[in-house]
Design a protein around this ligand. Structure first.
Ligand code: ATP
Length: 699
């Protein structure tokens, strides 16, 4: 038992609350024309999610609500509930009992409930569709719909079978895969075209960039050599510059120290200088004069040699000589001589005066001898004095010279250090010049001296080789021209795009291969299941035809399609190379034709069948179809109307055979059918225009 009960209130002619229990097996709904039997089938269809009032035999939704009669007021709302026993787990929900309720009011407000929870209609329809139930499926055959299958187009028949087999899901998947494959092909073509479009441009960009790639490596080499070369040079200059100042400073200190020493020595020297004996020069002059005088006296002497050691001059000469000596002595006295030689000179002067006086008194030369002797003695004494003085002068001179020498030596020492200092300053200037030269050089290659300070130099070549190499590299780089950043960027962007498109193509090719495989698999599954099912249906149909018509033959056959169409189908389905859109695919899908040959009748074809024959064939096909997938319940509204009693009995038998698997709710006027039923519901309508149900349980 699957369908448990149906509750109605305000639905069409069922104004009052009405409950129909379905105990299982076959429930027949019977009653006079217009009593409301079909309204029961309509209610079930409505509950299964029928949207169209037309399919519920109404013009508009309002027609579903009790319209009122002369004796009974109209109602504002129609409700209906269908109860299912779900202990078998037929519906994928944990509820043991599933109740679907629907409600509509005159404001057009329509609501669906699943076990009292409000649901969207779409969800309810999906809920039933998953269980292969539906308002228009093979579980609901309404009044006048018994020959539905005969009236359907071949393609509709095919779809009916596909739905019955649950292939709809696969077909939808196949269509989705086809659409996706078509999109994939489209995108693939697009990506290939885009790739083909950018490739020539990319090749040219690559050529340009590769030139600069070489440039990069040359520039890198140049930079490395520059780094090593210049950091080496910078280091040398910096180090040497660093060494100068302390050295110069040291020398400055040393020079200062020596200058102080020199100053002290000079002071000492000055002291010595002022201590020089004062009459030194005059004495010297006197001495010279005296020698000169003696020499003169000796030369011009008229005094005989035996008179004395010194010759006495002639009288006139003698006088003039004395005069000369006196003048000399007086001149010496007037100078600043020391005391002792002065006293000697004084004596000499007085002696000479005596001699002059004597010479005046006695013009005879004989004054004179004694006086001359005295003169000679005094002269000798003066010599002695001079000698002493000379010794003193000599010692002064020695000290003087020594002091002077020391001063000079100090000066030499200072000069030597100063030379050294000047030498260092010169070298420093030279180094500074080298530094500024290097700075200029670095500026010309857009680099800075500071960049290289403290950079460790790892020079693998000598400076000369490095200079030559740098020159060559610079020449080569300048001949290449500057890197055009815009082109490099464009090349990068184009490379990226190329890679993206290439990857996309690979992905799309993979996706397309996968989709083709999926399509092939789905197609095989659909075809295979369909063909297997069709054979089974035909086997069943054959036996039903034999049962119902007592012979003859009927067959559901795939339409014959033109060879060319078949090729396209083959290509679309199996090879998957040609992708057809849904309409194209549907167009060439072969539908189902019904081939029928009745016993004792020569003519074939559906058109020539009588009403009863049509009903019989329809019932045979319906049961053959449901035999491959029996529905849990089946509502049949007067499908047996055209059958005679014998055939109605056969129909009853058929129902009984199937009632084990399928629960039937059948609206009928047929006695034989009623006899097959397990329970009968009598529907009556009183003069108030309201349908009522009377239950007559038979078994
Ligand atoms: P038959 O045996 O001739 O097929 P039936 O028993 O199947 O008859 P139904 O077609 O179910 O009869 O019922 C039709 C009756 O229901 C009509 O009398 C019609 O007036 C009545 N009916 C339909 N809709 C409404 C409604 N909204 N309000 C009141 N009565 C309605």
């Amino acid at each position: 038992m699957f369908l448990q009960k149906l509750e109605l209130q305000g639905f069409k002619s069922f104004a009052n609350k009405t409950v129909l229990d379905f105990p299982g097996g076959i429930a027949a709904v019977v009653g006079p024309n217009g009593s409301g039997k079909s309204n029961i089938a309509d209610a079930i269809r409505w509950l299964l999610g029928e949207r169209e009032a037309r399919n519920l035999r109404g013009g508009k939704n309002d027609d579903l609500i009790f319209a009122g009669t002369e004796k009974k007021a109209r109602m504002g709302m129609a409700t209906a509930s269908l109860y299912f026993d779900n202990s078998s787990g037929f519906f994928p929900t944990e509820f043991k009992e599933v109740v679907i309720s629907r409600r509509i009011d005159r404001d057009g407000d329509s609501k669906f409930f699943l076990n009292q929870s409000e649901m969207r209609m779409k969800d309810i329809v999906d809920f039933f569709a998953k269980a292969k139930l539906g308002a228009r499926g093979l579980n609901m055959i309404g009044q006048g719909e018994s020959d539905l299958i005969l009236k359907s187009t071949p393609l509709e028949r095919r779809e009916l079978i596909e739905e019955l087999l649950g292939l709809k899901e696969y077909l939808l998947k196949k269509n989705a895969a086809s659409r996706e494959l078509k999109n994939t092909f489209f995108n693939l073509e697009k990506a290939r075209a885009q790739l083909a479009e950018i490739e020539p441009h990319l090749r040219s960009l690559r050529r340009q960039v590769s030139r600069w790639t070489k440039r990069d490596s040359l520039a890198e080499e140049l930079r490395n050599i520059e780094n090593s070369y210049y950091s080496g040079r910078v280091r040398k200059i910096t180090e040497s510059l660093r060494a100068f100042d302390p050295e110069i400073e040291k020398l400055d200190k040393e020079i200062d120290r020596l200058k102080n020493e020199e100053k002290a020595l000079e002071q000492e020297f000055k002291k010595i200088e002022v201590s020089e004996p004062k009459a030194k020069k005059e004495l010297e002059a006197l001495r010279n004069k005296r020698r000169e005088l003696f020499n003169k006296r000796l030369v011009s002497s008229a005094v005989p040699a035996e008179r004395s050691k010194a010759s006495i001059p002639a009288e006139n000469d003698f006088k003039s000589l004395l005069k000369e000596i006196r003048e000399l002595a007086e001149a010496a006295l007037s100078s600043g001589l020391e005391e002792d030689p002065k006293s000697v000179l004084k004596k000499i002067v007085s002696l000479i005066e005596d001699m002059e006086n004597a010479a005046e008194a006695q013009p005879e030369v004989q004054v004179v001898d004694g006086k001359l002797e005295e003169f000679n003695r005094l002269m000798d004494e003066l010599d002695e004095e001079e000698k002493k003085y000379q010794i003193e002068l000599d010692s002064f001179n020695k000290v003087f010279r020594e002091s002077l020498r020391q001063v000079e030596a100090k000066k030499d020492e200072i000069e030597e250090l100063d030379d050294k200092k000047q030498q260092l300053i010169f070298q420093k200037d030279k180094a500074l010049f080298q530094k500024s030269e290097l700075e200029n050089q670095l500026r010309s290659i857009s680099r800075k001296f500071e960049d290289f300070v403290g950079v460790a130099a790892d020079m693998r070549m000598d400076e000369r080789t490095a200079e030559t190499r740098m020159m060559r590299l610079r020449a080569e780089l300048s001949s290449m021209g500057d890197v055009d950043e815009a082109i490099v960027k464009e090349a990068e962007a184009t490379e990226e795009r190329h890679e993206f498109l290439s990857n996309q193509i690979v992905d799309l090719e993979k996706a397309s291969a996968d989709l083709k495989t999926l399509l092939k698999d789905l197609d095989f599954k659909i075809r295979n299941e369909f063909n297997v099912a069709l054979k089974k249906i035909n086997d069943e149909l054959q036996s039903f035809v034999k049962l119902m018509f007592g012979g003859g033959r009927a067959e559901l056959k795939l339409e014959k399609i033109r060879e060319t169409t078949k090729d396209v189908l083959e290509a679309a389905g199996t090879l998957g190379e040609v992708v057809l859109n849904q309409e194209e695919a549907e167009e060439i899908r072969p539908g189902i034709e019904i081939d029928v040959v009745l016993p004792k009748k020569k003519i074939k074809g559906l058109e020539v069948l009588s009403g009863g024959e049509r009903s019989l064939l329809s019932i045979a096909i319906l049961f053959a179809l449901i035999s491959i997938s029996p529905p849990p319940f089946l509502v049949l509204d007067e499908v047996d109307a055209a059958l005679d009693e014998r055939n109605a009995r056969r129909f009853g038998e058929l129902l009984k055979n199937y009632a084990k698997e399928t629960q039937f709710v059948i609206v009928t006027h047929n006695r034989a059918t009623m006899e097959a039923a397990d329970v009968l519901y009598g529907v009556t309508m009183g003069d108030d225009g309201v349908s009522r149900v009377v239950s007559l349980k038979l078994s």
